[in-house]
Design a protein around this ligand. Sequence first.
Ligand code: PXL
Length: 279
Amino acid sequence: MAQKRVAAIHDISCFGKCSLTVALPIISAAGIETAVIPTAVLSTHTGGFTGYAVRDLSEDIVPVARHWNSENITVDAVYTGYLCSKQQIYLVLEAARLISRDDTLLITDPVMADNGKLYKGFDPDYPKYMTELCANADIITPNITEAALMLGIKYRVGPYTEDYINSLLEGLYLKTHAKIVLTGVYYDNRRIGAAVYDGEKKEYVFSERISASYHGTGDVFASTLTAALLNGRSLKAAAQIAVNFTCACIKRTAENDTDMRYGVNFESQIPNLIKYLEL
Ligand code: PXL
């Protein structure tokens, strides 16, 4: 079988293990070629650091894709993550169009918020623009905060009720017609995972809940989901693998007293990823 190729469109946070510094190693370790289109370079991510240096690469997004297009370079999936402005949403849509074939999957992680709050630097209307990108995607991977913001409904803290989770899934499907993998779902303090909805069936996948939280876990999750999908797994099976891997990374990280801004020790768990994927 020909090797699959993904274009990962995220920022490079030089320190802090998120976005491209997570997507590249995880998807590559899963045997998938990972081409990149960096959206920005930041000295660190924006979660808890101050005074970070940023270089916005908006001007380069479409030219990179245009060059690939002229070389007949296409991808099996476009996987988008952190974008730094509303304008970048449209640039990314144009770039995705230039490098996609009819069968190319668009996987969008609408990275913009967590714990009930938009990340630093985003205007209050950013979720509206991100919803537009999601409406062009085949699969989206919001957390609960991002889902609530895109729907304009109240963010609640967990544990959640099945009714609340189902209303997020149904609302998002109506708005985007994308398949949804909602992350950070938990009904009690023992298990945490994801809810999967393809417009017909709702399914839930869980792993052990560790009460610790680290930056970059959403990126670990969505990168693993992308890796599993491109290895031929169903959406539910890919979500289960992503939940298991993310929880294993959190568990390993919690064994040491690590600054939550520094991300998770996903590197130590790569052998488990290979096992989960049966590679
Ligand atoms: O992990 C998501 C992410 C990615 N990139 C940057 C971020 C964040 C979240 O805060 O700031 C630059």
